[in-house]
Design a binder for this molecule. Structure first.
Ligand code: FE2
Length: 244
């Protein structure tokens, strides 16, 4: 028997923010989109969710993705041109997501970092092991004149005492970018719990899609319908649109 509900199109929410500042949309340069076709699909999805601008952030990781400002800018230019030709109105910019390894320290010494407006430097660490020199590296970022912005703090398994460990990051002057899909459970129970902790304690500064593939754009539409999504804006000052 036909059910009315089966025929109903699945409801999708919209983003309250104009800017997304964490994604992997330049084809073939990291573990995100692997083709121009895939990138265009992801961009159309982000546009349909209400975003006006995406600042895409390819990985820079010494042992896996040797991207440079030059290669990222070249990829960005091709993506922009193709998207425009295809009628996509979304503004597209690029920065980078830096992995804290020895290569990162060398890059920092040289300068020439790809940052967000306001000098925010998006960085990540290993998920499992807290880098031994984490605090020193954060001091270095600050001393070089950048504002450290930690990608997805909710996803690091080494965080066992959220109050203490997230509190320490904040004392050091680290800003937090939480992944929206963490609120829908996309990265597991622990990441969801930590995202909710950060939200209820007013510790979130930026929200990101961290889109690598199609599924993550689809699930974002569901996250925008959650009470947890509305609650973020009650307890936190979200800065995404300041980097437009
Ligand atoms: Fe990422």
């Amino acid at each position: 028997m036909f059910s009315f509900f089966k025929k109903e199109k699945k409801q999708q929410g919209k983003s309250r923010l104009k800017v997304d500042l964490h994604s992997h949309l330049i084809p073939g340069i990291d573990d995100g989109s692997q083709s121009m076709e895939e990138s265009l699909h992801l961009l159309r999805g982000m546009e349909a969710l209400g975003y006006k601008k995406v600042i895409t952030t390819p990985h820079i990781m010494m042992d896996a993705y040797g991207n440079t400002p030059k290669s990222i800018t070249a990829g960005l230019n091709t993506l922009r041109k193709t998207a425009k030709k295809e009628g996509i109105c979304l503004e597209i910019e690029a920065a980078a997501e830096y992995y804290l390894d020895d290569g990162f320290c060398d890059l920092l010494k040289k300068g020439d970092m790809l940052t967000l407006k306001g000098n925010y430097l998006l960085f990540e660490t290993s998920y499992m092991a807290k880098p031994i020199q984490l605090e020193e590296m954060i001091f270095e970022i600050l001393a070089t004149g950048y504002t450290p912005l930690l990608a997805h703090p909710e996803r690091y398994r080494y965080v066992k005492d959220p109050q203490k460990e997230y509190g320490r990051f904040k004392e050091l002057g680290v800003y937090f970018q939480v992944n929206l899909n963490s609120f829908g459970g996309h990265y597991g129970k622990e990441a969801k719990k930590h995202a909710q902790f950060l939200s209820s304690h007013g510790m979130i500064d930026f929200l990101g899609s961290d889109v690598h593939h199609k599924k993550q754009v689809e699930t974002l539409g569901n996250v925008f319908l959650l009470d947890a999504y509305s609650d973020i804006f009650k307890h936190n000052t979200i800065l995404n649109d300041t980097v437009f």
